[in-house]
Design a protein around this ligand. Structure first.
Ligand code: ATP
Length: 466
């Protein structure tokens, strides 16, 4: 039976990721490091391809967008103005028996069905009333529910109080802050006109109370974020919808299965006071339907707050109409690590080949596949074959990311490339050198093979990849 993305387990995904060099647990030789992962040779290539596609789609191909690359360490005043220093909190509760920590709101919601986020006293009472046991040790002995600020802090030379003691400096908990810090310089140095957007790809850090589900919830992750500045009177509803469609389209472009995507609109009463609407793009992970991307209308909250705290004028000067105003902002955010995980899950197919044989094949769209073409000499001890294969490799690698492999039998090499998700394999055999200079090209998805002349191979792949 063919097994596809909607019935595979996380164990199968994690195992493939490690076996084939997509994602490794970090620092394994030292016993690992909690929920920390490294993108391996094929994973980092996949990640770069996804980032490049995003940057091209949202920055290079649009007249109304520019990009930046801001710092991770930013002036702590920024996080005071944005509300993160005081308010980037999660509700924490400790089990006094086994000393493990949990998200109190998650425990309470599971037990009562009620979302009590922000009401710590009610949550403490609910844990008692329902006698909610510790999910790990099963005992019942909770601390009070309290706020925990999820920002990571560090020290920096020069940032001290009057006694010379360090003051905290934060690793950014989201990339957006850096965009607001550059907003005025962008207005002064480029020709952008409202409406316009600023995009950024980069790391963000959150000291999550409970991380897990592989790379779904980690403490160091990457975001691809846009702040799209609009006139306050704009009819924003259609633009909001357009961004949601863009997020959905991008997800499908990188191979995320349409059938596993859905939307969740946050109820009005749960929105921040400044937000007009927040809608998440959801993905059906093997552990449940969870947020993949976020989309929010943030009104003029960020710019107004930074203008107030910094004392700088952050209004937009419309030279055509003479109007000055603080723009409103639409914020589409794409979590890169979750996008990669959803792509891997969506692309994973286990096919039954009959007679007890099966294969796992990663059906990545060719444009994001880590390797585009694998080149094999049929036998590694036949010098003429190896030489010819190397020539083919040197030729093709100028245009496409290629891998040379002369290890083991051809069947095994095909299986390996199937699991890496390589769209095409090229085999150089005796016919190539003794007969007509043609090679076998094997298609990842259909497993069909055809002979192609080496002097026509560039045009052949040009056509295939287009
Ligand atoms: P969640 O509710 O799952 O914690 P969030 O609503 O806090 O997510 P946002 O602040 O909207 O997330 O961040 C935007 C995007 O960043 C998310 O849609 C997600 O893809 C990604 N993201 C957020 N937190 C993490 C994390 N701890 N690990 C990996 N990706 C994350």
């Amino acid at each position: 039976m063919t097994k596809e993305n909607n019935n595979i387990s996380m164990e199968e995904i994690v195992s493939l990721c490690k076996r084939r060099g997509f994602i490794f647990p970090a620092c394994e030789i030292y016993g690992g490091f909690a929920n920390s992962y490294s993108y391996g040779p094929y994973g980092s290539q996949l990640k770069n391809n996804i980032k490049a596609l995003w940057w091209k789609k949202f920055v290079e191909d649009r007249k109304d967008m520019v990009g930046i690359d801001g710092p991770i360490l930013l002036n702590p005043k920024l996080w005071e103005a944005s509300g993160h220093t005081g308010g980037f909190n999660a509700a924490l509760v400790d089990c006094k028996e086994c000393k493990r920590r949990f998200r109190a709101d998650h425990l309470v919601e599971k037990a009562t069905g009620e979302d009590m986020e922000g009401r710590n006293k009610d949550m403490t009472r609910a844990l008692q009333a329902k006698k909610v046991p510790c999910p790990v040790c099963k005992k019942f002995n909770w601390t009070e529910v309290r706020d925990f600020n999820e920002m990571f802090s560090t020290n920096m030379n020069g940032i001290t109080d009057e006694n010379g003691d360090y003051l905290p400096v934060y690793l950014r908990p989201e990339t957006a802050g850096a965009i607001f810090m550059d907003y005025k310089n962008i207005l002064d140095s480029t020709r952008v006109k409202i409406p316009f957007g600023v995009a950024q790809i980069g790391k963000a850090f959150r000291n999550e109370i409970v991380a897990g589900n592989f790379t779904f919830r980690i403490r160091e992750f990457e975001q691809m974020e846009i702040e799209y500045f609009i006139h306050p009177d704009t009819k924003w509803e259609q633009q909001f919808e357009n961004w949601l469609v863009e997020q959905n389209n991008f997800a499908q472009e990188i191979g995320i299965s349409k059938d596993l995507l859905s939307r969740y609109e946050h109820p009005k009463e749960k929105l921040s006071h400044y937000s007009k609407k927040t809608t998440d793009t959801m993905f059906k992970f093997p552990f449940g339907i969870e947020e993949l991307f976020g989309m929010a209308h943030r009104s003029d909250f960020d710019l107004s707050s930074h203008a107030k705290h910094s004392g700088k004028d952050l209004s937009y000067d419309d030279r055509n109409t003479g109007e000055r105003y603080i723009p409103h902002v639409l914020e589409p955010t794409f979590g890169l690590d979750r996008a990669i995980l959803a792509t891997i899950i969506s692309s994973f197919v286990q096919e039954d080949l009959g007679e007890g044989e099966s294969r796992i094949v990663m059906k990545f769209p060719p444009k994001i596949a880590p390797v585009k073409i694998a080149i094999f000499p049929l036998l590694k001890n036949k010098l003429e074959l190896v030489k010819k294969a190397e020539e083919a490799y040197d030729n093709l690698k100028n245009k496409w990311l290629c891998e040379f492999d002369d290890n083991g039998n051809i069947g095994k090499r095909y299986r390996r490339q199937d699991e890496i998700g390589t769209p095409f394999c090229v085999t150089i055999d005796f016919e190539t050198i003794e007969k007509d200079n043609s090679v076998t090209v094997r298609d990842r998805d259909t497993m069909k093979q055809e002979r192609v002349k080496l002097n026509q191979i560039n045009e052949y792949f040009e056509q295939k990849f287009n």
